[in-house]
Ligand binder design. Structure first.
Ligand code: AMP
Length: 189
């Protein structure tokens, strides 16, 4: 029995908060490629050096590098009961690479949780954070760029029957109640 799940959704949709709540309740490792790259940069490892120029420019780190760190992480023993993938895959090549990594070991994804909200809700939430890079224009661009990347990934998993849409515009706890219902039904399968 394992719980192999992936979180999808645009910035501001509350994905990070839900990830933290899932970690707390289900005790699964949270595998965030963004966090892994930031940690590597902070530690000034080779990986960090490689990732830095891409991250600084807001571009994707090349697939070979990204797929490599995910494969290494998924090879670790603590992921065997399950994992929460977050920020990966960012494109269809990565999605296909992930399938290969998992199927080689007889594993597969159990569900993709796709958090959605109206654009205006996302814009309002990001404006409320008041970060320096949260001007209306930059926010709109971030949502446009990410939206274009996220849609084909959502479709890819929808075709496989793995996509679960969750309305992320509601209160945190209401959203988490839906998440919990879904994960508990998977666990009891
Ligand atoms: P995030 O914290 O998920 O927004 O990621 C921050 C940055 O890390 C992104 O802008 C990319 O430069 C890099 N990154 C994170 N995940 C990936 C990924 N799956 N593929 C390529 N680059 C990524």
């Amino acid at each position: 029995m394992s719980l192999n799940i992936m979180l999808l959704g645009l910035p501001g949709v509350g994905k990070g908060t839900q990830a933290a709540k899932i970690v707390e309740m289900y005790n699964l490792p949270h595998i965030s490629t963004g966090d892994m790259f930031r940690a590597a940069m902070a530690n000034e490892t080779d990986l960090g050096m490689q990732a830095k120029s891409y991250m600084d420019a807001g571009n994707l780190v090349p697939d070979e590098v990204t797929n490599g760190i995910v494969a290494e992480r998924l090879a670790e023993e603590d992921t065997k009961p399950g994992f929460i993938l977050d920020g990966f895959p960012r494109n269809l090549e990565q999605a296909k690479a992930l399938e290969d990594m998992l199927s080689k070991e007889g594993r597969s994804l159990d569900a993709v949780l796709y958090f959605t909200a109206d654009m205006q809700v996302l814009v309002d939430r990001m404006m409320a954070r008041g970060r320096a890079d949260d001007t209306p224009e930059v926010i709109q661009n971030r949502l446009d760029v990410n939206g274009k990347l996220t849609e084909p990934i959502a479709e890819f998993y929808d075709e496989k029957g793995l996509l679960n849409k969750i309305d992320g515009s509601r209160e945190l706890d209401v959203v988490f109640a839906d998440v919990k219902k879904l994960l508990d039904s998977l666990k009891n399968d």
